[in-house]
Design a binder for this molecule. Structure first.
Ligand code: F6P
Length: 366
């Protein structure tokens, strides 16, 4: 199988995440050093496969110094022309864009394509695999919400940044007897909020998986006040929602991108200020969580994924995503990875640990 491959493509899709360049580097190094293949970078995600196509030859020189560099040298695009959804187990997609991309993959002489991306990009990859494009996925996202893998690269870095922010906000909260709200990313999953909240010693964590009652969060703030601790830290996932209520969006999105979450922390802070009469301040971390150099762990994970993706191609294991499971590298059918997102199970051990430590989720059980 490996002998028929001579030239592969690699692209990065969706939001940027620390470690993208480290994956590209590992793909290029493994493909060129171990197998003697050529590697072609596709620019701006799948969009680079449309029209005249936008590509970049990638060799050892092109990837020198990339390991610690944030962002992606290939550029990336959210969804773009490649709208997809899975309805009743069937892929619904923008056919003309997919047909054009598949024709261009052939025209470029690519024997396989490595797709580095989150759930959206892997759904596109899955759709292309159904059109007989030999694809292998690499799981990226700071949200860690991709099914099929314990970990996506980028998450560890985002977690570190969020935790450091919480640490820094502690000093102001304590000095001024304030309630500090930290809104973190994560889309519809609470992994960043949960883990940074535990690591940063938050008092309340609000996640999408546990609908919250603002009165319960306020009660926690007042309980602490009664114990002589006049400040609190509340970590709010951008996708958190009140019991019986809805997520808060900044906009409705468009045909080429999903609606943008954001603003929930401001809403809860207003409510808690009203109930507690305390000085409540909000910090929205936003894209800081995705920027800059990856942690050592993310560099390691990204390198493993890049190498594993090329080896999967060499072994003809197409329509799969490389993944991390129980400290090991595995491959999982793309079909399994794109059915649902991986949210935090309400009985997850870390939720129990957090409650043991006195952290409230302000949910029904708190
Ligand atoms: O999926 C990664 C992520 O950073 C989410 O946490 C966030 O909701 C979204 O992307 C923001 O996307 P954009 O940068 O396109 O606004």
């Amino acid at each position: 199988m490996s002998s028929s491959v001579k030239r592969i493509g690699v692209l990065t899709g969706g939001g940027d995440a620390p470690g993208l360049n480290a994956v590209i580097r590992a793909v290029v190094k493994t493909a060129t050093r171990v197998y003697g293949w050529e590697v072609v970078g596709i620019e701006d995600g799948f969009e680079g496969l449309l029209g005249e196509t936008r590509t970049l030859p990638l060799d050892a020189n092109a990837v020198r110094g990339l390991l610690p560099r944030g962002g992606t040298i290939l550029g990336t695009v959210n969804r773009g022309h490649f709208t997809t959804s899975i309805v009743n187990d069937q892929i619904v997609k923008n056919e003309p864009a997919f047909q054009e991309a598949v024709r261009n993959i052939e025209r470029l002489g690519l024997d396989a394509l490595v797709v580095i991306g989150g759930e959206g990009s892997q759904t596109i990859a899955y759709a292309m695999s159904k059109m007989n494009v030999p694809v292998v996925g690499v799981p990226k996202t700071i949200d860690n919400d991709l099914t099929g893998t314990d970990l996506t690269f980028g998450f560890d870095t985002a977690l570190d940044i969020a935790t450091e922010a919480i640490d820094r906000l502690h000093t102001t909260a304590e000095s001024h007897d304030r309630v500090l709200f930290v809104e973190v990313m994560g889309r519809h999953a609470g992994w960043i909020a949960l883990q940074s909240g535990v690591a940063g010693g938050a008092d309340v964590i609000l996640i999408p998986e546990i609908p919250f009652y603002a009165e319960k969060a306020a009660a926690k703030v007042l309980e602490r006040e009664g114990q002589g601790r006049a400040f609190s830290i509340i970590v709010v996932a951008e996708g958190a929602k009140p019991a019986g209520g809805k997520e808060v969006y900044q906009d409705a999105g468009g045909s080429d991108r999903a609606p943008r979450l954001g603003g929930i922390a401001e809403q809860v802070a207003d409510e808690i200020a009203r109930i507690t009469d305390k000085d409540c301040r909000v910090v929205v971390l936003g894209h800081l969580q995705r920027g800059g150099t990856p942690t050592a762990f993310d560099r390691m994970l990204a390198s493993c994924y890049g190498s594993a993706a090329v080896r999967a191609i060499a072994n003809g294991k197409f329509a799969n995503m490389v993944a991390w499971s129980c400290n090991n590298l595995i491959i999982v059918p793309l079909e399994e990875c794109v059915k649902t997102i991986k949210s935090v199970p309400p009985d997850h051990y870390l939720i129990g640990v957090a409650r043991d430590l006195g952290i409230s989720f302000a949910g029904q059980e708190d």
